[in-house]
Design a protein around this ligand. Structure first.
Ligand code: NAI
Length: 462
Protein backbone atom coordinates (compact mmCIF):
# COMPACT_ATOMS: atom_id res chain seq x y z
CA UNK A 1 0.00 0.00 0.00
CA UNK A 2 1.32 3.41 -0.97
CA UNK A 3 0.34 6.81 0.31
CA UNK A 4 -0.06 9.93 -1.86
CA UNK A 5 -1.01 13.59 -1.68
CA UNK A 6 -3.26 13.06 -4.70
CA UNK A 7 -4.60 10.05 -6.56
CA UNK A 8 -6.26 10.87 -9.86
CA UNK A 9 -8.66 8.36 -11.37
CA UNK A 10 -8.37 8.35 -15.16
CA UNK A 11 -5.50 9.31 -17.48
CA UNK A 12 -7.44 11.21 -20.14
CA UNK A 13 -6.67 14.86 -20.94
CA UNK A 14 -8.26 15.96 -17.65
CA UNK A 15 -6.50 13.39 -15.46
CA UNK A 16 -3.03 13.32 -16.99
CA UNK A 17 -2.75 17.10 -17.26
CA UNK A 18 -3.92 17.45 -13.68
CA UNK A 19 -1.33 14.88 -12.56
CA UNK A 20 1.51 16.74 -14.27
CA UNK A 21 0.47 20.05 -12.71
CA UNK A 22 0.08 18.39 -9.25
CA UNK A 23 3.60 16.96 -9.55
CA UNK A 24 5.00 20.30 -10.74
CA UNK A 25 3.46 21.90 -7.66
CA UNK A 26 5.26 19.44 -5.39
CA UNK A 27 2.44 16.98 -4.62
CA UNK A 28 3.15 13.25 -4.50
CA UNK A 29 0.88 12.05 -7.29
CA UNK A 30 -0.44 8.79 -8.73
CA UNK A 31 -2.87 8.12 -11.57
CA UNK A 32 -5.05 5.01 -11.81
CA UNK A 33 -5.70 3.93 -15.38
CA UNK A 34 -7.07 0.59 -16.56
CA UNK A 35 -6.37 0.94 -20.29
CA UNK A 36 -3.10 -0.45 -21.63
CA UNK A 37 -2.01 3.05 -22.62
CA UNK A 38 -2.37 6.53 -21.14
CA UNK A 39 -4.37 9.35 -22.76
CA UNK A 40 -7.96 8.18 -22.25
CA UNK A 41 -10.67 8.26 -24.90
CA UNK A 42 -9.24 11.38 -26.56
CA UNK A 43 -5.84 9.94 -27.42
CA UNK A 44 -6.76 6.29 -27.83
CA UNK A 45 -10.17 6.24 -29.52
CA UNK A 46 -11.29 9.84 -30.00
CA UNK A 47 -9.82 13.23 -30.86
CA UNK A 48 -6.37 12.14 -31.99
CA UNK A 49 -7.10 9.05 -34.14
CA UNK A 50 -10.04 10.82 -35.78
CA UNK A 51 -7.75 13.73 -36.69
CA UNK A 52 -5.31 11.31 -38.32
CA UNK A 53 -8.10 9.85 -40.46
CA UNK A 54 -9.49 13.32 -41.22
CA UNK A 55 -6.04 14.37 -42.42
CA UNK A 56 -5.46 11.29 -44.59
CA UNK A 57 -8.92 11.45 -46.16
CA UNK A 58 -8.56 15.21 -46.72
CA UNK A 59 -5.34 14.58 -48.65
CA UNK A 60 -7.21 12.11 -50.86
CA UNK A 61 -10.02 14.61 -51.39
CA UNK A 62 -7.50 17.27 -52.41
CA UNK A 63 -5.87 14.88 -54.88
CA UNK A 64 -9.22 13.93 -56.39
CA UNK A 65 -10.76 17.39 -56.55
CA UNK A 66 -8.12 20.12 -56.56
CA UNK A 67 -4.80 18.77 -57.85
CA UNK A 68 -5.58 18.87 -61.60
CA UNK A 69 -6.61 22.54 -61.45
CA UNK A 70 -3.23 23.37 -59.90
CA UNK A 71 -1.41 21.55 -62.70
CA UNK A 72 -0.76 18.43 -60.66
CA UNK A 73 -1.74 15.78 -63.17
CA UNK A 74 -1.91 11.99 -62.89
CA UNK A 75 -4.10 9.43 -61.19
CA UNK A 76 -5.36 10.11 -57.66
CA UNK A 77 -3.93 7.69 -55.08
CA UNK A 78 -5.85 4.49 -54.36
CA UNK A 79 -6.75 3.79 -50.74
CA UNK A 80 -4.95 1.13 -48.71
CA UNK A 81 -7.32 1.28 -45.75
CA UNK A 82 -5.24 -1.11 -43.60
CA UNK A 83 -2.21 1.13 -44.03
CA UNK A 84 -4.32 4.20 -43.25
CA UNK A 85 -5.43 2.57 -39.98
CA UNK A 86 -1.89 1.62 -39.10
CA UNK A 87 -0.76 5.23 -39.72
CA UNK A 88 -3.54 6.25 -37.32
CA UNK A 89 -2.35 3.68 -34.75
CA UNK A 90 1.17 5.00 -35.06
CA UNK A 91 -0.04 8.54 -34.33
CA UNK A 92 -1.84 7.18 -31.24
CA UNK A 93 1.19 5.35 -29.89
CA UNK A 94 3.50 8.32 -30.40
CA UNK A 95 1.13 10.41 -28.27
CA UNK A 96 0.37 7.84 -25.57
CA UNK A 97 4.08 7.06 -25.30
CA UNK A 98 4.72 10.78 -24.91
CA UNK A 99 2.49 10.91 -21.83
CA UNK A 100 4.24 7.90 -20.32
CA UNK A 101 7.51 9.78 -20.75
CA UNK A 102 6.02 12.87 -19.07
CA UNK A 103 4.81 10.73 -16.14
CA UNK A 104 8.31 9.37 -15.61
CA UNK A 105 9.86 12.81 -15.97
CA UNK A 106 7.49 14.22 -13.35
CA UNK A 107 7.75 11.14 -11.06
CA UNK A 108 4.05 10.33 -11.31
CA UNK A 109 3.13 6.73 -10.45
CA UNK A 110 0.84 4.94 -12.90
CA UNK A 111 -1.28 2.45 -10.93
CA UNK A 112 -2.53 0.03 -13.59
CA UNK A 113 -6.09 -1.21 -13.16
CA UNK A 114 -9.62 0.03 -12.47
CA UNK A 115 -10.26 2.04 -9.32
CA UNK A 116 -12.96 1.85 -6.68
CA UNK A 117 -13.31 4.36 -3.86
CA UNK A 118 -14.22 2.33 -0.74
CA UNK A 119 -14.16 5.49 1.44
CA UNK A 120 -12.82 9.04 1.30
CA UNK A 121 -9.01 8.95 1.41
CA UNK A 122 -8.75 5.43 -0.05
CA UNK A 123 -8.55 4.07 -3.61
CA UNK A 124 -8.74 0.32 -4.24
CA UNK A 125 -7.19 -1.16 -7.37
CA UNK A 126 -7.37 -4.95 -7.58
CA UNK A 127 -6.44 -6.17 -4.09
CA UNK A 128 -4.38 -3.11 -3.24
CA UNK A 129 -5.71 -0.19 -1.26
CA UNK A 130 -3.83 3.09 -1.66
CA UNK A 131 -4.14 6.09 0.61
CA UNK A 132 -4.55 9.65 -0.66
CA UNK A 133 -5.11 12.98 1.07
CA UNK A 134 -7.13 13.94 -1.99
CA UNK A 135 -8.81 12.02 -4.82
CA UNK A 136 -9.66 13.55 -8.20
CA UNK A 137 -12.21 11.65 -10.29
CA UNK A 138 -11.43 12.21 -13.99
CA UNK A 139 -13.03 9.06 -15.38
CA UNK A 140 -14.48 10.71 -18.50
CA UNK A 141 -17.49 9.61 -20.50
CA UNK A 142 -18.88 6.74 -22.52
CA UNK A 143 -21.20 6.45 -25.50
CA UNK A 144 -24.87 7.11 -24.77
CA UNK A 145 -26.71 4.59 -26.92
CA UNK A 146 -30.33 4.72 -27.97
CA UNK A 147 -33.08 2.37 -26.86
CA UNK A 148 -33.52 -0.26 -29.57
CA UNK A 149 -29.94 0.13 -30.79
CA UNK A 150 -27.29 -2.36 -29.76
CA UNK A 151 -23.70 -1.40 -30.49
CA UNK A 152 -21.59 -4.42 -31.58
CA UNK A 153 -18.65 -2.25 -32.77
CA UNK A 154 -18.69 -4.12 -36.10
CA UNK A 155 -21.88 -3.29 -38.00
CA UNK A 156 -23.42 -0.95 -35.44
CA UNK A 157 -20.54 1.11 -34.14
CA UNK A 158 -19.77 3.96 -31.79
CA UNK A 159 -16.94 6.36 -32.61
CA UNK A 160 -14.56 3.70 -31.22
CA UNK A 161 -15.61 1.06 -33.75
CA UNK A 162 -15.75 3.63 -36.56
CA UNK A 163 -12.00 4.10 -36.16
CA UNK A 164 -11.37 0.36 -36.59
CA UNK A 165 -13.65 -0.79 -39.40
CA UNK A 166 -12.53 -3.86 -41.36
CA UNK A 167 -13.24 -2.08 -44.64
CA UNK A 168 -14.70 1.12 -46.00
CA UNK A 169 -18.49 0.67 -45.94
CA UNK A 170 -20.44 1.21 -49.14
CA UNK A 171 -23.36 2.68 -47.23
CA UNK A 172 -22.80 4.37 -43.88
CA UNK A 173 -25.75 5.65 -41.88
CA UNK A 174 -24.85 8.09 -39.12
CA UNK A 175 -27.34 8.64 -36.31
CA UNK A 176 -26.89 12.18 -34.97
CA UNK A 177 -25.58 15.31 -36.73
CA UNK A 178 -23.38 16.38 -33.82
CA UNK A 179 -19.60 16.70 -33.78
CA UNK A 180 -18.77 12.98 -33.91
CA UNK A 181 -21.29 12.20 -36.64
CA UNK A 182 -20.10 15.01 -38.90
CA UNK A 183 -16.35 14.45 -38.39
CA UNK A 184 -16.47 10.70 -38.95
CA UNK A 185 -19.19 11.04 -41.60
CA UNK A 186 -16.81 13.36 -43.48
CA UNK A 187 -13.96 10.84 -43.25
CA UNK A 188 -16.00 8.06 -44.85
CA UNK A 189 -17.66 10.32 -47.43
CA UNK A 190 -14.17 11.30 -48.62
CA UNK A 191 -13.12 7.64 -48.69
CA UNK A 192 -16.04 6.85 -51.00
CA UNK A 193 -18.87 5.75 -48.69
CA UNK A 194 -22.41 6.86 -49.38
CA UNK A 195 -23.09 8.69 -46.10
CA UNK A 196 -26.58 9.49 -44.80
CA UNK A 197 -26.96 11.38 -41.53
CA UNK A 198 -30.25 10.98 -39.68
CA UNK A 199 -30.85 13.79 -37.19
CA UNK A 200 -33.70 14.34 -34.76
CA UNK A 201 -33.51 18.14 -34.79
CA UNK A 202 -34.26 20.34 -37.79
CA UNK A 203 -30.71 21.66 -37.92
CA UNK A 204 -27.23 20.16 -37.52
CA UNK A 205 -24.93 20.86 -34.54
CA UNK A 206 -27.45 21.84 -31.86
CA UNK A 207 -26.46 25.04 -30.09
CA UNK A 208 -24.93 26.79 -33.11
CA UNK A 209 -26.58 29.91 -34.57
CA UNK A 210 -28.99 29.15 -37.43
CA UNK A 211 -26.85 30.88 -40.10
CA UNK A 212 -23.83 28.80 -39.06
CA UNK A 213 -25.91 25.60 -39.11
CA UNK A 214 -27.35 26.34 -42.56
CA UNK A 215 -24.06 27.29 -44.14
CA UNK A 216 -22.22 24.30 -42.60
CA UNK A 217 -24.90 21.85 -43.74
CA UNK A 218 -24.81 23.24 -47.29
CA UNK A 219 -21.02 22.82 -47.43
CA UNK A 220 -21.25 19.21 -46.19
CA UNK A 221 -24.01 18.45 -48.69
CA UNK A 222 -21.76 19.70 -51.48
CA UNK A 223 -19.17 17.22 -50.22
CA UNK A 224 -21.67 14.41 -50.70
CA UNK A 225 -23.18 13.90 -47.24
CA UNK A 226 -26.94 13.37 -47.29
CA UNK A 227 -29.12 14.56 -44.41
CA UNK A 228 -32.48 13.31 -43.19
CA UNK A 229 -33.52 16.01 -40.74
CA UNK A 230 -36.31 16.05 -38.15
CA UNK A 231 -36.23 12.27 -37.94
CA UNK A 232 -36.06 10.26 -34.72
CA UNK A 233 -34.32 6.91 -35.02
CA UNK A 234 -36.53 4.22 -33.50
CA UNK A 235 -34.22 1.25 -33.74
CA UNK A 236 -31.57 -0.62 -35.68
CA UNK A 237 -31.85 -4.23 -36.82
CA UNK A 238 -28.51 -5.75 -37.70
CA UNK A 239 -27.01 -9.05 -38.76
CA UNK A 240 -23.29 -9.76 -39.28
CA UNK A 241 -22.89 -7.66 -42.42
CA UNK A 242 -25.87 -5.35 -42.84
CA UNK A 243 -28.29 -3.20 -40.88
CA UNK A 244 -31.67 -1.53 -41.24
CA UNK A 245 -32.27 1.77 -39.49
CA UNK A 246 -35.87 2.66 -38.71
CA UNK A 247 -36.74 6.30 -38.16
CA UNK A 248 -39.87 8.33 -37.75
CA UNK A 249 -40.09 11.77 -39.37
CA UNK A 250 -41.46 14.36 -36.93
CA UNK A 251 -43.92 15.40 -39.63
CA UNK A 252 -45.99 12.33 -40.42
CA UNK A 253 -46.62 9.08 -38.61
CA UNK A 254 -45.25 6.48 -40.97
CA UNK A 255 -41.93 4.90 -40.07
CA UNK A 256 -39.24 4.78 -42.73
CA UNK A 257 -36.36 2.35 -43.16
CA UNK A 258 -32.89 2.91 -44.56
CA UNK A 259 -30.28 0.22 -45.35
CA UNK A 260 -26.68 0.38 -44.23
CA UNK A 261 -23.48 -1.66 -44.25
CA UNK A 262 -22.39 0.18 -41.12
CA UNK A 263 -24.35 2.35 -38.68
CA UNK A 264 -22.52 4.92 -36.57
CA UNK A 265 -24.33 5.84 -33.37
CA UNK A 266 -23.30 9.42 -32.54
CA UNK A 267 -26.11 10.56 -30.29
CA UNK A 268 -24.04 11.89 -27.43
CA UNK A 269 -21.98 10.68 -24.49
CA UNK A 270 -22.68 10.24 -20.77
CA UNK A 271 -20.47 10.41 -17.66
CA UNK A 272 -18.51 7.21 -17.03
CA UNK A 273 -18.75 6.39 -13.33
CA UNK A 274 -19.35 2.64 -13.43
CA UNK A 275 -17.44 0.57 -10.91
CA UNK A 276 -16.22 3.53 -8.86
CA UNK A 277 -18.60 2.65 -6.02
CA UNK A 278 -20.07 6.16 -5.87
CA UNK A 279 -23.54 4.99 -4.73
CA UNK A 280 -22.21 3.33 -1.59
CA UNK A 281 -19.98 6.30 -0.95
CA UNK A 282 -22.94 8.71 -0.98
CA UNK A 283 -21.42 11.01 -3.58
CA UNK A 284 -23.93 13.60 -4.74
CA UNK A 285 -24.91 13.41 -8.43
CA UNK A 286 -26.83 15.86 -10.62
CA UNK A 287 -30.16 14.94 -12.22
CA UNK A 288 -28.27 14.29 -15.46
CA UNK A 289 -26.01 11.67 -13.89
CA UNK A 290 -22.97 13.90 -13.51
CA UNK A 291 -20.93 14.23 -10.32
CA UNK A 292 -22.05 17.42 -8.55
CA UNK A 293 -19.17 19.80 -7.80
CA UNK A 294 -18.75 23.33 -6.47
CA UNK A 295 -16.65 26.20 -7.84
CA UNK A 296 -13.41 24.49 -6.72
CA UNK A 297 -14.38 21.10 -8.22
CA UNK A 298 -15.02 19.68 -4.73
CA UNK A 299 -17.78 17.08 -4.37
CA UNK A 300 -20.00 16.80 -1.29
CA UNK A 301 -17.40 14.46 0.32
CA UNK A 302 -14.24 15.93 1.85
CA UNK A 303 -11.08 15.26 -0.15
CA UNK A 304 -12.93 14.04 -3.26
CA UNK A 305 -12.90 16.23 -6.36
CA UNK A 306 -14.12 15.68 -9.93
CA UNK A 307 -13.27 17.23 -13.31
CA UNK A 308 -13.92 16.83 -17.05
CA UNK A 309 -16.69 14.84 -18.72
CA UNK A 310 -17.96 13.39 -15.40
CA UNK A 311 -19.10 16.83 -14.23
CA UNK A 312 -21.25 19.56 -15.73
CA UNK A 313 -20.30 21.52 -18.85
CA UNK A 314 -19.25 20.74 -22.40
CA UNK A 315 -17.58 17.36 -22.92
CA UNK A 316 -14.38 18.74 -24.38
CA UNK A 317 -10.79 17.62 -23.80
CA UNK A 318 -9.52 21.17 -23.35
CA UNK A 319 -12.23 22.02 -20.82
CA UNK A 320 -11.13 18.94 -18.83
CA UNK A 321 -7.46 19.97 -19.13
CA UNK A 322 -8.21 23.44 -17.80
CA UNK A 323 -10.16 22.00 -14.88
CA UNK A 324 -7.32 19.53 -14.28
CA UNK A 325 -4.75 22.30 -13.96
CA UNK A 326 -7.08 24.44 -11.85
CA UNK A 327 -7.94 21.66 -9.37
CA UNK A 328 -4.20 20.95 -8.99
CA UNK A 329 -3.71 24.59 -8.01
CA UNK A 330 -6.52 24.28 -5.47
CA UNK A 331 -5.01 21.11 -3.97
CA UNK A 332 -1.63 22.86 -3.72
CA UNK A 333 -3.26 25.67 -1.73
CA UNK A 334 -3.33 28.13 -4.61
CA UNK A 335 -6.18 29.67 -6.54
CA UNK A 336 -7.48 27.62 -9.50
CA UNK A 337 -9.65 29.30 -12.09
CA UNK A 338 -11.45 28.37 -15.32
CA UNK A 339 -13.26 30.98 -17.41
CA UNK A 340 -16.24 28.97 -18.65
CA UNK A 341 -17.34 31.89 -20.82
CA UNK A 342 -14.32 31.46 -23.09
CA UNK A 343 -14.09 27.78 -24.01
CA UNK A 344 -13.77 27.29 -27.76
CA UNK A 345 -15.47 24.42 -29.58
CA UNK A 346 -14.12 23.07 -32.86
CA UNK A 347 -15.51 20.69 -35.47
CA UNK A 348 -12.54 19.35 -37.42
CA UNK A 349 -14.22 18.96 -40.79
CA UNK A 350 -13.00 20.78 -43.91
CA UNK A 351 -13.62 23.61 -43.58
CA UNK A 352 -13.34 23.61 -39.80
CA UNK A 353 -16.05 25.19 -37.67
CA UNK A 354 -15.08 26.98 -34.46
CA UNK A 355 -17.18 28.82 -31.92
CA UNK A 356 -16.60 30.64 -28.64
CA UNK A 357 -18.69 32.55 -26.13
CA UNK A 358 -22.32 33.53 -26.60
CA UNK A 359 -24.38 32.92 -29.73
CA UNK A 360 -26.53 35.60 -31.35
CA UNK A 361 -29.64 33.56 -30.52
CA UNK A 362 -28.74 33.24 -26.82
CA UNK A 363 -28.16 36.98 -26.47
CA UNK A 364 -31.40 37.82 -28.25
CA UNK A 365 -33.28 35.43 -25.97
CA UNK A 366 -31.75 37.37 -23.05
CA UNK A 367 -33.08 40.63 -24.50
CA UNK A 368 -29.82 42.00 -25.94
CA UNK A 369 -29.64 42.87 -29.63
CA UNK A 370 -25.96 42.30 -30.43
CA UNK A 371 -24.05 43.95 -33.25
CA UNK A 372 -22.95 41.38 -35.82
CA UNK A 373 -19.83 41.70 -37.96
CA UNK A 374 -19.60 39.12 -40.72
CA UNK A 375 -16.95 38.56 -43.34
CA UNK A 376 -17.05 35.86 -46.03
CA UNK A 377 -13.88 33.87 -46.78
CA UNK A 378 -14.61 34.51 -50.50
CA UNK A 379 -13.06 37.93 -49.87
CA UNK A 380 -9.90 36.45 -48.32
CA UNK A 381 -7.12 36.03 -50.89
CA UNK A 382 -5.24 33.34 -48.96
CA UNK A 383 -8.35 31.17 -48.56
CA UNK A 384 -9.12 31.40 -52.27
CA UNK A 385 -5.54 30.46 -53.15
CA UNK A 386 -6.02 27.10 -51.39
CA UNK A 387 -9.56 26.36 -52.68
CA UNK A 388 -11.11 27.21 -49.32
CA UNK A 389 -13.16 30.30 -50.01
CA UNK A 390 -16.29 28.89 -48.32
CA UNK A 391 -17.63 30.03 -44.97
CA UNK A 392 -17.31 33.19 -42.88
CA UNK A 393 -16.19 34.82 -39.66
CA UNK A 394 -19.04 36.09 -37.50
CA UNK A 395 -18.35 38.39 -34.56
CA UNK A 396 -21.04 38.89 -31.96
CA UNK A 397 -20.51 42.18 -30.20
CA UNK A 398 -22.18 44.24 -27.45
CA UNK A 399 -24.30 46.96 -29.14
CA UNK A 400 -23.14 49.78 -26.82
CA UNK A 401 -19.70 48.85 -25.49
CA UNK A 402 -18.43 47.08 -28.67
CA UNK A 403 -17.07 44.31 -26.39
CA UNK A 404 -16.71 40.92 -28.13
CA UNK A 405 -19.24 38.51 -26.62
CA UNK A 406 -18.89 35.57 -28.99
CA UNK A 407 -17.73 34.37 -32.38
CA UNK A 408 -18.27 31.65 -34.93
CA UNK A 409 -15.96 30.80 -37.80
CA UNK A 410 -16.52 28.41 -40.70
CA UNK A 411 -13.39 28.35 -42.81
CA UNK A 412 -9.78 27.31 -43.25
CA UNK A 413 -7.87 27.00 -39.99
CA UNK A 414 -10.96 28.06 -37.99
CA UNK A 415 -9.86 25.92 -35.03
CA UNK A 416 -6.63 27.87 -34.80
CA UNK A 417 -7.67 31.39 -35.70
CA UNK A 418 -10.52 31.31 -33.15
CA UNK A 419 -7.85 31.72 -30.45
CA UNK A 420 -7.20 35.33 -31.41
CA UNK A 421 -10.79 35.93 -30.36
CA UNK A 422 -10.46 33.79 -27.22
CA UNK A 423 -7.53 35.92 -26.07
CA UNK A 424 -9.39 39.09 -27.02
CA UNK A 425 -12.37 37.96 -24.93
CA UNK A 426 -10.13 37.06 -21.98
CA UNK A 427 -8.81 40.63 -22.07
CA UNK A 428 -12.29 42.13 -22.47
CA UNK A 429 -11.37 43.51 -25.90
CA UNK A 430 -13.71 45.36 -28.23
CA UNK A 431 -14.21 44.67 -31.93
CA UNK A 432 -12.38 47.94 -32.53
CA UNK A 433 -9.30 46.56 -30.74
CA UNK A 434 -9.16 43.73 -33.29
CA UNK A 435 -9.92 46.10 -36.16
CA UNK A 436 -7.01 48.36 -35.15
CA UNK A 437 -4.54 45.47 -34.84
CA UNK A 438 -2.30 44.99 -37.89
CA UNK A 439 -2.82 41.50 -39.35
CA UNK A 440 -0.27 39.94 -41.71
CA UNK A 441 -1.26 39.64 -45.35
CA UNK A 442 -2.11 37.17 -46.77
CA UNK A 443 -3.49 35.14 -43.84
CA UNK A 444 -6.80 33.54 -42.87
CA UNK A 445 -6.69 35.72 -39.74
CA UNK A 446 -7.33 38.78 -41.88
CA UNK A 447 -10.92 37.53 -42.15
CA UNK A 448 -11.22 37.99 -38.36
CA UNK A 449 -10.03 41.58 -38.67
CA UNK A 450 -12.42 42.20 -41.55
CA UNK A 451 -15.33 40.90 -39.43
CA UNK A 452 -14.21 43.33 -36.72
CA UNK A 453 -14.07 46.15 -39.27
CA UNK A 454 -17.60 45.16 -40.31
CA UNK A 455 -18.71 45.98 -36.75
CA UNK A 456 -17.58 49.57 -37.38
CA UNK A 457 -17.27 51.50 -40.63
CA UNK A 458 -17.22 48.39 -42.79
CA UNK A 459 -14.96 45.60 -44.04
CA UNK A 460 -12.58 46.45 -46.86
CA UNK A 461 -12.90 43.36 -49.06
CA UNK A 462 -16.65 42.84 -49.14
P1 NAI B 1 -23.76 15.54 -29.79
O1 NAI B 1 -24.50 15.76 -28.53
O2 NAI B 1 -22.81 16.58 -30.28
O3 NAI B 1 -24.81 15.28 -30.98
C1 NAI B 1 -25.74 14.23 -30.94
C2 NAI B 1 -26.83 14.46 -31.98
O4 NAI B 1 -27.65 13.30 -32.04
C3 NAI B 1 -27.74 15.64 -31.65
O5 NAI B 1 -27.79 16.50 -32.77
C4 NAI B 1 -29.09 14.96 -31.36
O6 NAI B 1 -30.19 15.77 -31.71
C5 NAI B 1 -29.01 13.70 -32.20
N1 NAI B 1 -29.90 12.61 -31.78
C6 NAI B 1 -30.11 12.16 -30.51
N2 NAI B 1 -31.00 11.14 -30.50
C7 NAI B 1 -31.37 10.92 -31.79
C8 NAI B 1 -32.27 10.00 -32.44
N3 NAI B 1 -32.96 9.07 -31.77
N4 NAI B 1 -32.41 10.06 -33.78
C9 NAI B 1 -31.72 11.01 -34.49
N5 NAI B 1 -30.87 11.88 -33.94
C10 NAI B 1 -30.68 11.85 -32.59
O7 NAI B 1 -23.04 14.13 -29.59
P2 NAI B 1 -21.79 13.44 -30.30
O8 NAI B 1 -21.55 13.96 -31.66
O9 NAI B 1 -22.05 11.99 -30.11
O10 NAI B 1 -20.58 13.89 -29.39
C11 NAI B 1 -20.53 13.52 -28.01
C12 NAI B 1 -19.68 14.47 -27.21
O11 NAI B 1 -18.32 14.38 -27.59
C13 NAI B 1 -20.14 15.90 -27.39
O12 NAI B 1 -20.21 16.51 -26.14
C14 NAI B 1 -19.03 16.51 -28.22
O13 NAI B 1 -18.84 17.88 -27.90
C15 NAI B 1 -17.81 15.68 -27.85
N6 NAI B 1 -16.89 15.62 -28.99
C16 NAI B 1 -16.22 16.74 -29.34
C17 NAI B 1 -15.38 16.74 -30.43
C18 NAI B 1 -14.70 18.00 -30.82
O14 NAI B 1 -14.65 18.91 -30.02
N7 NAI B 1 -14.17 18.11 -32.02
C19 NAI B 1 -15.18 15.54 -31.25
C20 NAI B 1 -15.96 14.44 -30.81
C21 NAI B 1 -16.77 14.49 -29.71
Amino acid sequence: MASYDVIIIGAGPGGYVSAIRCAQLGLKTAVVEGRDTLGGTCLNVGCIPSKALLHASHMLHEAEHNFAAMGLKGKSPSVDFKQMLSYKDDVISQNTGGIEFLFKKNKIDWIKGWATIPEAGKVKVGDDVHEAKNIVIASGSEVATLPGVEVDEKVVVSSTGALELGKIPKKLVVIGAGVIGLELGSVYARLGSEVTVVEYMDAICPGFDADVQRSFQRILEKQGLKFIMGAAVQGVEANKTKAKVTYKPKKGDAEEVIDADVVLVATGRKPYVEGLGLDKLGLKMTERGQIATNATWATNLPGIYAIGDVIEGPMLAHKAEDEGMAVAEVLAGKHGHVNYGVIPGVVYTTPEVATVGATEAQLKADGLKPKIGKFMFMGNARAKAVHQGEGFVKLIVHPETDRILGAAIIGPGAGDIIHELCVAMEFGASAEDIALTCHAHPTYSEAVREAALACGDGAIHS
